[in-house]
Design a binder for this molecule. Structure first.
Ligand SMILES: Cc1cc2nc3c(=O)[nH]c(=O)nc-3n(C[C@H](O)[C@H](O)[C@H](O)COP(=O)(O)OP(=O)(O)OC[C@H]3O[C@@H](n4cnc5c(N)ncnc54)[C@H](O)[C@@H]3O)c2cc1C
Length: 389
């Protein structure tokens, strides 16, 4: 058993820490100001400049195969990098990536959709959720009907990340109602100018999704992504493959907030003593640090299993459930330690309080992760303690 990071992993972690601290975190006051004044945290141009700078450091396409110009860093390294990037709430992400399922496209589709997305010239969104089908994604109703060389799509999608900015969507529609999710759902690449429309949905965080409306949208047959009828498997591949990346980002946020809490507790005096001397505050800090460490190992282990090509669905569900609820508990305690200041928009805690809440909802809610974990155990697909056998 070896809990040490390799020399390369330590070097990358330190370099990303430096980049985030030097280039990205200084934008935090601007992000808070922009948000207060109703603008996006950072505009697209600033984001692209930052991504170009990161590219010069060599950080581009973290998960993208080398043949497409990426780092192909591997899941463990990607989790380490996400943890460092998560130390700031600036909505920054490294450039050079595209949704994993776009690699399922044929050569023509790769040139038209995958490559420009990696380069940042096109923006995608992924649309499976509907007003009547969220956790129950097998129950989608958006319908695609064949008409000559085209498919005609009708339906509504909801909560689609980037839905208002994207110029194409990977949309999932029922092509064979009898089969439904068991071979009757197909994924289509639909350009915005094929006629779908979007409406932004205001939310408590900056992660503003959109609803998408499809009314007789004609999509050519050649725009099917993957195989006709095999869309549901593609959707599950999109959702499942990087699940450990969600808690990975939350680790950085929790780490930074605990550091803030320690500093504040040592400096803030109440009733003649630094609040750090009161057990009530110490327990908040201790519990947060313990849970952060637990979440770190769960997340890295899930990433490690993916890296080894093992079935990591069970460990990824455990990591997502624990890591995201941990981050929500930590932000609540850290806000409490800061008292009234924690509640203001002067500090990042209030923003994190809102942003981190989402992690318990998308890509499988807490309840769905628990359901998966329990079903795996009850049906014998996973064993208690199997990580050591
Ligand atoms: C900001 C944001 C961005 C998103 N981005 C995307 C995107 O890009 N693409 C996309 O397709 N979707 C996206 N989603 C949708 C997201 O995946 C769904 O919101 C999520 O899966 C939950 O579905 P729902 O909202 O319909 O809730 P519901 O499924 O209606 O669930 C309501 C409650 O019931 C619980 N519940 C449901 N079924 C069960 C069950 N069987 N057992 C126990 N409890 C259950 C849930 O856990 C939840 O607490 C996004 C959502 C948000 C909020």
């Amino acid at each position: 058993m070896d809990f040490e990071l390799s020399e390369e992993q330590r070097a990358v972690k330190a370099a990303v820490r430096q980049f985030i601290t030097k280039e990205v975190a200084p934008l935090e006051p601007t992000v808070l100001l922009n948000e207060r004044e109703g603008r996006p945290g950072i505009d697209r141009e600033t984001l692209r400049d930052l991504q170009a700078k990161a590219r010069k450091y060599g950080y581009w396409g973290i998960n993208t195969p080398e043949e497409y110009g990426g780092m192909e860093a591997g899941p463990v390294m990607a989790a380490i990098i996400a943890g460092e990037a998560g130390r700031t709430f600036v909505p920054f992400r490294f450039g050079g990536s595209a949704d994993n399922i776009l690699y399922a496209g044929n050569e023509e589709q790769k040139q038209e959709y995958l490559v420009p997305t990696i380069e940042g010239d096109r923006r995608s969104c992924f649309a499976i959720t509907e007003p009547g089908a969220g956790s129950d994604a097998r129950n989608i109703r958006t319908r695609a009907v064949r008409d000559g060389d085209d498919w005609v799509i009708n339906g509504e999608k909801i909560f689609i990340t980037n839905g208002n900015e994207a110029d194409f969507v990977m949309v999932f529609a029922v092509t064979n109602p009898e089969l439904g999710a068991n071979g009757g759902v197909t994924c289509f690449l639909a350009d915005r100018d094929m006629g779908w429309e979007s409406t932004p949905i205001p939310t408590m965080g900056e992660w503003g999704p959109a609803s998408l409306s499809f009314q007789d949208v004609r999509v050519p047959h050649r725009n099917i992504l993957g195989e006709e009828g095999r869309g549901f498997e593609l959707a599950m591949q999109w959702i499942g493959q990087g699940r450990f990346m969600i808690p990975a980002g939350a680790l950085g946020a929790a780490e930074r907030m605990i550091e803030m809490a320690i500093e504040h507790a040592n400096n803030r005096e109440s009733m003649g003593h630094p609040i750090a001397e009161y057990q009530a505050i110490q327990w908040h800090i201790a519990d947060s640090a313990v849970e952060l460490e637990a979440a770190r190992w769960l997340t890295l282990r899930a990433a490690w299993q993916v890296e080894r090509g093992e079935d990591a669905r069970h460990s990824s569900s455990i990591a997502k459930l624990y890591g995201t609820t941990m981050a929500n508990r930590v932000v609540d305690r850290v806000l409490q330690i800061h008292g009234g200041m924690g509640y203001t928009k002067e500090l990042p805690i209030e923003r994190w309080y809102r942003e981190l809440r989402l992690l318990r909802i998308f890509e499988g809610t807490d309840e769905i992760q628990r359901r998966t974990i329990a079903r795996n155990l009850l049906r014998g697909h996973a064993k208690v303690g199997a990580s050591l056998s």
